[in-house]
Design a protein. Sequence first.
Lengths: 115, 113
Amino acid sequence: EPEVTQTPSHQVTQMGQEVILRCVPISNHLYFYWYRQILGQKVEFLVSFYNNEISEKSEIFDDQFSVERPDGSNFTLKIRSTKLEDSAMYFCASSEALDPGGTQYFGPGTRLLVL
Amino acid sequence: DAKTTQPPSMDCAEGRAANLPCNHSTISGNEYVYWYRQIHSQGPQYIIHGLKNNETNEMASLIITEDRKSSTLILPHATLRDTAVYYCIVRPLSGAGSYQLTFGKGTKLSVIP
């Protein structure tokens, strides 16, 4: 069964450093998403991406964040200058169509720790 | 904020049906009800969704009341592997918010041997 994959599974970085989290969505999916979950808290939407454009973003997704689909298979989230509060699980998701049937399938996540 | 209300926790005996309720009294006509679950800190897993009719798939059944103000997710024969946090989410078909899933705190289901 096709699935979303994410790399790395864990990332440790120093505050102020740039990090890039990588995702390979399901191959025939057209919509891509990033969510995050701070330890013990809710899963929070960050951004959605379609046709090489951001279609929706939350207040969390400020200028420190950017997304890109650099080729036909990868979808990345870049955090330009990491802060301690960026420590979280980051989940990528993809969906085949917005609606109906726009079900989002999630990857296993990248655990980011900012020191 | 999430537009749904769920009990924080529930227990279910292994092999029995697990019935997880959700209130979404402010749901509008163009909003779907989605159910996801999250095992430990894994990525949320899609279970089922519906608009107004009851739905069933290989994982679960979704019962939506006629006024659409509440729904129940049914796991017909719960196993230990069904222990997870279950999220009920309403999501608009179009317009603002249609691209995102808004997760609440969910219901922590514990399946007991």
